[in-house]
Design a protein around this ligand. Structure first.
Ligand SMILES: [Ca+2]
Ligand SMILES: [Ca+2]
Length: 113
């Protein structure tokens, strides 16, 4: 099961899922989703806090209609808290996502009536 809480610090504004010695935002989300280490990101936990340094994070891997965080938008499939690393406050870091690749979250099912 792993630890109940884990913090992953993003160290690159790049967008990749490649084992190249960094921890991108996509890799951090992947580590949270899979509860396994991804490149330099440590394994996520039941609740994973992702520390996001100030910067512009442009998603550059093309793809749509894909919901497993591999291409296009980021797909958060577990409990994730995004924190601005500079201030340590939630939502303090603007994350610029390209308009067509919006960040989607699926951790909390919503009921539609
Ligand atoms: Ca990488
Ligand atoms: Ca996707």
């Amino acid at each position: 099961m792993g630890l109940p809480g884990m913090t992953i610090t993003v160290d690159s504004t790049a967008d990749d899922l490649t084992d190249n010695g960094n921890c991108t935002l996509r890799e951090a989300v992947e580590a949270a989703n899979t509860k396994a280490a991804v490149d330099m990101c440590p394994a996520g936990a039941l609740t994973t806090t992702i520390m996001v340094p100030a910067g512009t994070y442009t998603l550059t891997i093309p793809g749509n209609i894909e919901n497993n965080n591999q291409t296009g938008d980021l797909d958060i499939l577990s409990n994730v808290v995004l924190m601005g690393a500079a201030s340590g406050k939630p939502s303090s870091t603007p994350i610029a996502l390209t308009a067509s690749w919006m960040c989607t979250t699926q951790a909390v099912p919503t009921s539609v009536t």
